[in-house]
Design a protein around this ligand. Sequence first.
Ligand code: MD6
Ligand code: FE
Length: 212
Amino acid sequence: MNQDLFDDPAHWEIAPGVTLLRGFALAAEAALLDAVAAVTASAPLRHMFTPGGLKMAVALTNCGPLGWVSDAAGYRYQASDPVSGQPWPALPAAFAQLATQAAAAAGFGNFEPDACLVNRYQAGTRLSLHQDRNERDFSQPIVSVSLGLPAVFLLGGLQRSDKTARLPLSHGDVLVWGGPSRLRFHGVLPLSAGTHPLLGDQRINLTLRRAG
Ligand code: MD6
Ligand code: FE
């Protein structure tokens, strides 16, 4: 755990290639929340099914040229929303700009996302331990933005059985995830009930990716 990167307590390299930028999204908060509302109005949050037939606890949608989907056929990225048959909503400029800036602050230059997965958690919602491996190029990082209620993120290792560390994430925190840690297992503990002044009873997580 390297806490003295740039001597900035808000810029913390937790593991090689994993940097937590505390509060990095706060400056763009209003634009981000407006964009989340616009995206979810045009491509509503929904519960997808795992390839094994289980309904996911997290509700999700996407924006950008590609969106992540899960169904009986598997996990993949595709250009259209399976509910509407229409292209996913465009990637909001506020999302793309924040992602590029956060990636650069963590040492990943020229990050240009083409996909943003929007996850919604409510009290009790958890995300089980997984790897993100549906993207084409694992040299590209993922930028993860936490909004609304706080959550506890589980940071594992490269094997599912590796021990996990608990990382609390709050409104405005940005996690940049890449390099030698790109395929680490990770998850989110069940969300505690609460009320966030701007987002109410939920946590929204944006993960911006270069998928194609
Ligand atoms: C979440 N995040 O924070 C779930 N994946 O709600 C993820 O699954 C995730 O934060 C890849 C990279 C960063 C992440
Ligand atoms: Fe993930």
